[in-house]
Design a protein around this ligand. Structure first.
Ligand SMILES: [Zn+2]
Length: 214
């Protein structure tokens, strides 16, 4: 069975998720935002306690608040980064992103993609699928992770409860984002639970009915 665990890390209140299959115990760490040892321990001790084997490290996009913990997860679990190549330019500019947000933090200058993900691609945890859905707009390479057997989708910073991602950062585009959400997310089953990159979970039917951007 496909399940998901959420954590909230770093000064941006970023949501880190672990998607896992309860049969094979295989897991994907999504957007690890840990910024310090305490946050690293919170994630890794939960993974250890649940006897999970980390198979994937996935970023929904390569903004700095979603990648603080990438290096830790790569080293700890021996996995490379899976993300869209369309956000590679952001991964190359982690140091500049830190400066832009006036962050004086110890962060890798760049994050490198080992496994480029494309729209429509399917990854598996055991026999359970994770469908990659391109949702450009917040950033060019933003992706959502749809788990049909779990009935949930991880939307990164594309769609939030009652809101959508900002589009004023490099490569962002407002009309592209609206189109992505309408044509790629609002077509998912109504009862699908949405786990966004910030803030509380919601459902597709709730956002279709009441998100003020639509
Ligand atoms: Zn973002």
């Amino acid at each position: 069975m496909m399940q998901i665990k959420s954590f909230e890390f770093n000064l941006f209140g970023e949501k880190t998720y672990v998607i896992y299959d309860t049969d094979s115990r295989e897991a994907a760490v999504v957007d690890p935002g840990m910024m310090n040892e305490r946050e690293n321990d919170e994630l890794s001790s939960w993974i250890l306690a649940n006897e999970l084997s980390v198979k994937y490290l996935i970023n929904t996009h390569l903004h700095i608040d979603h990648v603080f913990g990438d290096e830790y997860v790569e080293d700890k679990y021996g996995v490379g980064l899976s993300a869209s190549i369309d956000d590679e330019f952001l991964g190359d500019r982690i140091a500049q992103q830190a400066m832009m947000f006036h962050l004086n933090v110890n962060v890798a200058d760049a994050v490198k993609i080992s496994n480029p993900l494309v729209d429509g691609e399917v990854l598996f945890l055991g026999t359970q699928p994770i469908q990659i859905i391109a949702v450009p707009g917040h950033s060019p390479g933003s992706i959502a992770l749809y788990c049909p057997t779990g009935g949930f989708v991880v939307t990164g910073d594309a769609l939030f409860q009652g809101s959508i991602g900002r589009t004023d950062l490099p490569g962002g585009d407002h009309s592209t984002l609206l189109r992505s959400i309408k044509s790629k997310l609002f077509v998912l089953p109504d009862e699908t639970t949405v786990f966004p990159g910030h803030g509380p979970a919601t459902r597709i039917c709730i956002e279709k009915a009441s998100n003020p951007f639509f």
